[in-house]
Design a protein. Structure first.
Lengths: 487, 495
């Protein structure tokens, strides 16, 4: 009986990856207390991540699993399965990590915030499994609005984040409109909206298709916070609590970047618009690396610093996608894993001690050695230090770039790493070589366990840097599986 | 003991040592026993590896495969084994001396200081035994990160900016210059392995070779080549045990070893393609030697003077390695001079810095003007100081003399008379900033209030100085065996 149920669940894995977080979110609203809501959220997130990881492992191990054809709008490909599993894992770790900071969100607001966190993750996974462009746009907008809601809920206790929410709403709305317009133009030019048909479509109006693809890409870039379209990032993340940093700084950025990778992978392989898309993505990625790096070096707020460092990292992802080769897509996926691990470790370490400004980091190494280790690992990975996954991702980009004659991409990777030396070194110096100027502000007792996700992420960042073969194989298979497996 | 086990011992013992010191900071006796005991163990392992290499054994350990076709691997070769043996051997003396200094000066957080000294030793051994460019890059960065807390140890307003400058210079140059060169090499050769005869041999044109050589050599900022030398004077703010580790045993020697490895194992005969860059770099390092020795003369703080003095000597290593650019019989002479110079510099600078540390610990004096007559009340320490100064200057029969002799011979033999002249001028200037200082310390009238400690220098503070000074005499008998031992590096295929 249980075996049959398990088989049934496995056949519906893509659907479950989307639905479980939404069901969890619905239960949030009737769960009453913040603590109970958190337990329910943990259960839903862990269930989604187990389903997602199991599905991705089965898919990427070489034998395409059977999928029930109950949802015609779902279309699973390698990039979607890989990134969907990654988002569900990040969701599980993020929800576990915010347990210690529920009271920061407020007793009444915490269940709503948790529900928005789950809704956001479900939406981004939905966008990664969507079969056509309109479904992608709808799912992306749902994920984005959940992120805006999360920031706005955070503003109940403090008014400053409201500015961030408003900026997200206004800039994101423009992005949404651009995406919708772009999807319509692309659909018109390609004769259909199905993503799977795009690479082989006979595009009658290449200019219109190119403009449409560029608009979709631009809309997604706004959601990721790619420079110079990241005006919302500092305002939203700079004063955010742990829910916001995980929900927006990690999940939302990761989700939007994954969707852009998937869309870019389809659009760039369409011969009529591939070259233009490649150039646009490369340009956007290059600007993002430079601007993000410069802003991270100048940041005085820890969360802003992490956000800008993430912008730089995402720039490397875009350049990888722009290569338009399986090696480039694989490099992009590895960098997404690297971003998720580094951001999770970074934000988790900071959230454990409620650290926001750089000065609050002074002497943090003595006050909270494990949290400091997580932040240091995140910073090292973001700066691309050897034996971290950050280095692996950048190396793969450089390798793929050099193969394609893109030496400038190598130069930009080095720029990003050089900037990382300055902001990462500054963090490490503050944590380990300055005297503490304040007491540890984090939760004590059993809630110290909430640091575990950050430590797990840090271990993953190092572990995959040492032994990356499994990840390399999975990313390679995923990037080669663009044609997908139909439902 | 197998060679693999000994290699693991050299690399792993200092790491374990650091962990144990941090875990067992008290009682101080136990901490120091761990520090000295593990240092001795690492030195024994390194000595075993020298024997293994001499008997034609090979050993390679792979810790991870972080990139496709690229291992994080360490292997023994004559150059690495010799450097590790010398540095870990001196490391034992330094461990004893450091135990004395932290007690005499009541240094804050002594366990942290000694732990990071151990990690720095692990880093330089990893650099010496790195089997490919990637492993070298990892070990280099690990060494920079391990040495960073040594510079920042005092944690005051002077130490923090110095530590930032230290780390920024070392990491930025390695990422900004060395890493692109490594990527380029990988793109050309499809491999990063160090191999006798050079991985780039026959694969590069002149333009590429010139650019690559400049990137590699300037990217190894630990060699203190101007303008990448800022970290060296910045590090002179650290406590004396840290200074010995940075300037004598770990960071500065790692730069010399790195340049030697790149020239011999990455370029090999391809150096002949990089004539322009090599000669430009020789001009740079030759001028740098002279200027550094001049600056040393102007410094009144012994730590700053020794920092610039060490820089002048270290640049001699780079000059020797770059002389391999000239085809003919004098190319090996340059490489041999560079290897000898690393050994001579390590012995002499360790002696000088330990002597200065002893002096600071028992007399609280760090100004060169205050050294007058101290040799009369601290005869053993200043005898060591004088011997090491003579070695730095290049006076026979001390180690520095043989290194300089080979360096000047190689430069002149290669037709670069001006390079030989620059090395000679630097030696003369070294005499001017160390000779009178040592002579004045020994010959002037003894100060009446020399000691802040009534019992003077303990055996822990004096004995290592004398023993390290004695080591500077070693090349008198070891130069020929060393030439035979190292010959497989520049003549691949020689047993």
């Amino acid at each position: 009986m249980s075996g049959a149920l398990l088989d049934l669940a496995r056949m519906h894995a893509p659907l479950l990856m989307i639905v479980v977080p939404f069901v969890g979110a619905a239960l949030m609203l009737i769960s009453g207390s913040a603590r109970l809501a958190w337990f329910v959220a943990c259960a839903a997130a862990i269930m989604a991540s187990v389903v997602g990881v199991d599905f991705a492992v089965r898919l990427l191990s070489g034998a395409p699993p059977a999928i029930a054809g109950v949802a015609p709008q779902i279309y699973v490909d390698g990039v979607g399965a890989f990134a969907g599993a990654l988002i569900s894992l990040a969701l599980a770790l993020g929800v576990l990590a915010v347990g210690a900071s529920l009271k920061d969100a407020g007793a009444r607001e915490a269940p709503v915030a948790l529900a928005l966190l789950l809704c956001g993750a479900g939406s981004w996974i939905g966008a990664l499994m969507a079969a056509d462009l309109i479904a992608v746009v709808v799912a992306v907008e749902a994920g984005w609005l959940a992120a805006v809601g999360l920031v706005a809920v955070n503003a109940v206790r403090e008014r400053a984040p409201l500015n961030g929410a408003l900026r997200m709403l206004s800039i994101g709305s423009i992005g949404g409109a651009l995406m919708l317009l772009g999807a319509a133009m692309l659909g018109r030019a390609a004769g259909g909206l199905a993503l799977e048909a795009l690479p082989l479509a006979h595009i009658r109006m290449p200019n219109l298709a190119g403009a449409g693809a560029a608009l979709v890409m631009l809309g997604l870039a706004v959601k990721i916070g790619v420079a110079p379209l990241h005006a919302w990032a500092g305002a939203a993340l700079g004063r955010g609590n742990a829910m916001v940093t995980f929900g927006v700084g990690v999940l939302s950025v990761l989700g939007a970047a994954s969707v852009l990778c998937r869309f870019g992978a389809y659009a760039i392989t369409a011969p009529e618009i591939g070259a233009a898309m490649s150039a646009a993505l490369a340009g956007l990625g290059a600007v993002s690396v430079v601007v993000g790096s410069v802003q991270a070096v100048g940041a005085r707020n820890l969360q802003r610093l992490a956000a800008y460092a993430g912008v730089s990292q995402i720039g490397c992802v875009l350049m990888s996608v722009a290569l338009g080769s399986p090696a480039g897509f694989a490099a992009a996926l590895i960098q997404l894993v690297g971003f998720a691990a580094a951001a999770m470790a970074f934000y988790g370490g900071a959230a454990a001690g409620r650290v926001k400004s750089l000065t609050m980091l002074d002497g943090y190494g003595q006050r909270a050695p494990l949290a400091s280790a997580a932040i240091a690992t995140g910073a090292l990975s973001l700066m691309g230090a050897p034996l971290t996954i950050g280095f692996l991702g950048r190396w793969r980009l450089v390798e793929a770039g050099v193969g394609a004659g893109w030496w400038w991409a190598s130069a930009l990777v080095i720029v990003a790493s050089l900037a990382g030396v300055f902001y990462g070194g500054r963090l490490i110096e503050r944590m380990y070589f300055r005297r503490a100027n304040a007491a540890y502000a984090g939760e004590g007792g059993v809630w110290r366990v909430a640091l575990a996700p950050a430590l797990i992420a840090a271990i993953v960042a190092i572990g995959l840097g040492f032994a990356p073969l499994f990840l390399l194989r999975a990313a390679g298979v995923a990037s080669g599986m663009l044609t997908g497996i139909a439902t | 003991m197998s060679a693999e086990l000994a290699l693991l011992g050299v690399l792993g013992a200092p790491v374990l040592q650091a962990a144990l010191i941090m875990l067992l900071p008290k009682p101080p006796g136990l901490r120091d026993l761990i520090h000295i005991g593990f240092s001795l163990f690492a030195a024994i392992c390194a000595a075993y590896l020298v024997s293994a290499v001499a008997h034609g054994e090979s050993a390679r350990i792979v810790l991870a495969r972080p990139l496709p076709n690229v291992d994080l691997a360490f292997a023994i070769d004559p150059l690495g084994a010799m450097m590790a043996a010398v540095l870990t051997g001196l490391g034992v003396l330094h461990a004893v001396h450091a135990a004395g200094v932290v007690r005499a000066k009541q240094e804050a957080s002594p366990a942290r200081l000694l732990a990071f000294v151990s990690l720095a030793m692990a880093g330089v051994c990893a650099v010496a035994f790195s089997a490919n460019l990637f492993s070298f890059f990892v070990a280099y960065q690990a060494l920079a990160l391990a040495a960073f807390p040594l510079v920042a140890h005092r944690g005051d307003d002077e130490a923090r900016p110095a530590a930032r400058a230290f780390l920024a210079t070392l990491l930025a140059s390695s990422i900004g210059l060395f890493l692109p060169a490594m990527i380029w090499t990988y793109a050309i050769a499809g491999a990063l392995d160090f191999q006798a005869g050079g991985v780039l041999a026959g694969r590069v044109d002149a333009l590429t070779a010139n650019i690559l050589l400049a990137l590699f050599v300037l990217g190894i900022a630990m060699a203190a080549i101007p303008p990448m030398h800022r970290w060296l004077p910045a590090s002179s703010n650290g406590p004396f045990p840290a200074l010995v580790a940075i300037q004598a045993l770990a960071v500065l020697p790692a730069g010399g070893i790195g340049v030697l490895k790149v020239v011999t194992f990455v370029f090999g005969p391809a150096m002949e393609q990089a004539v322009i860059a090599a000669q430009a770099l020789i001009v740079l390092v030759g001028t740098g030697m002279v200027v550094a020795a001049l600056i040393a003369l102007s410094r009144q703080d012994i730590r700053e003077r020794l920092a610039y003095s060490c820089m002048a000597q270290s640049l001699g290593v780079v000059m020797g390695a770059l002389l391999a650019v000239q085809p003919g019989p004098f190319a090996p002479a340059g490489l041999f001079a560079a290897a000898l110079q690393v050994v001579a510099l390590a012995c002499a600078s360790a002696t000088l810095l330990m002597a200065a540390g002893t002096t600071a610990a028992v007399t609280a004096r760090t100004k060169v003007a205050d050294y007058a007559g101290l040799g009369r009340v601290m005869p053993w320490t200043f005898a060591g100081f004088a011997i090491a100064s003579a070695s730095m200057i290049g006076m026979p029969p001390f180690a520095g003399a043989w290194a300089k002799l080979w360096l000047i011979t190689a430069a002149a033999g290669s037709g670069l008379i001006w390079a030989a002249a620059l090395a000679s001028v630097a030696a003369i200037l070294t005499f001017t900033h160390l000779g009178p200082l040592a002579a004045n310390a020994l010959a002037a009238r003894a100060p009446t209030d020399a000691f802040k400690r009534p019992d003077g220098a303990s055996i822990l503070l004096a004995a290592p100085v004398i023993l390290a000074a004695a080591a500077t005499l070693s090349l008198l008998v070891l130069a020929d065996p060393l030439a035979v031992f190292l010959s497989p590096i520049w003549t691949p295929g020689t047993p």
